[in-house]
Design a protein around this ligand. Structure first.
Ligand code: PEP
Ligand code: MN
Length: 337
């Protein structure tokens, strides 16, 4: 249920509604827009049935949210959410570019990519220290050592860090380093992990599961929001289909669809979506044209030697060209880079 307050409702009036809702055994979540405040009452809504909250003169309307996700829905928050990642705003006018290697492999190559991302105008450095690999016999990531290199790269370039958390047991170390905590596609429905990042106060990048619907993705986001962390960015990274010419199938329509259903920012990862470096730039441009708030791409100085995902990595020079082209598309759709 959402309780829409009249414009200019005071803090005391908001507090009164929250107290009432909590008194009924529901959780209250507040969404403050420029025009009005909406309060979400989450839990068994039947307890509100015979309680006319509309009797309060400062309550405009009490509405049920028919979708299974509540706090992630546009109804709860009509204005788009802007997530602040250590000064980089995702969900505003600027299209945000997150780039870096699939995995942190060693200090030198990470610093080299970090400089390249910075010089080309990228905004956030990505790199996995804990890698969710399909085979247990392939490179699993450098773990804590990788995190120290990421922190060093941030200290040198000033770029905020996006890195994956795979297990709540790694949270203390990962949270020391990350500015944006990534939940990978394989863990999109790891509910313990979702609750863990929901309890903490750092932005989360939630990647769409390999075989998950948009509704599944929004319900996964709901887990994080319902714990009180509203700084969630969604990522379309391709889904499994019958097509095997590409690693996955990029669902571009998910971008405007999610924008309609939810207030959360949406970015696109064309690297994991296609698995082929030469498809990455065209899909990145298409994503921005379709309304994506940002893109995440893999960059490697020597893709042929990469310890993971080499075939989809962009060379620094290709990344630079992509940044130029992205800026033109961004401008064409009323955004900036
Ligand atoms: C990644 O971005 O490092 C990654 C493993 O991607 P995904 O979870 O989308 O497969
Ligand atoms: Mn990868």
């Amino acid at each position: 249920m959402i309780i829409i307050l009249k414009p200019h409702a005071t803090e005391a009036e908001i507090a009164l509604v929250v107290k009432k809702i909590e008194g009924f055994g529901l959780a209250a979540h507040i969404s403050k827009g420029t025009e009005r405040t909406i309060i979400g009452a989450i839990g068994d809504e039947r307890v509100l049935q015979d309680r006319p909250l509309e009797a309060f003169p400062f309550v405009e309307q009490v509405l049920p949210v028919l979708k299974p996700y509540k706090l992630a829905s546009r109804e709860f928050k009509p204005e788009g959410t802007i997530v602040n990642i250590d000064g980089v705003l995702v969900g505003g006018k600027q299209v945000v570019v997150m780039a870096g290697p699939c995995a942190v492999e060693n200090r030198d190559s990470l610093l080299q990519v970090a400089r390249c991302v910075k010089d080309a105008g990228g905004h956030i450095l990505r790199g996995g220290a804990y890698k969710p690999r399909t085979s247990p016999y392939t490179f699993q990531g450098l773990g804590e050592e990788g995190l120290t290199y990421l922190s060093e790269a941030k200290a040198e370039t000033g770029l905020p860090i996006a890195t994956e958390l795979m297990d709540p047991r790694d949270a203390p170390q990962v949270y020391q380093c990350a500015d944006l905590v990534q939940i990978g596609a394989r863990n999109m429905q790891n509910f313990r992990l979702l609750k863990e990042v929901g309890c903490r106060r750092k932005p989360v990048l939630l990647k769409r599961g390999l075989s998950c619907t948009v509704k599944d993705l929004l319900l996964a986001a709901e887990y994080i929001l319902s714990e009180g962390n509203y700084d969630v960015i969604l990522c379309e990274r391709g889904i499994r289909t019958f097509e095997d010419a590409t690693r996955n199938t990029l669902d571009l329509s998910a971008i405007p669809l999610i924008k309609r259903l939810s207030h959360l920012p949406v970015i696109v990862d064309p690297s994991h979506a296609t698995g082929k470096w030469h498809l990455v730039a065209p899909m990145a441009l298409a994503a921005v044209a379709a309304g994506a708030d940002g893109i995440m791409v893999e960059v490697h100085p020597h893709p042929e030697d990469a310890l993971s995902d080499g075939p989809q990595a962009l060379l620094p020079s290709t990344f630079e060209k992509l940044m130029n082209d992205l800026s033109k598309v961004a401008q064409a759709v009323g955004r900036s880079l």
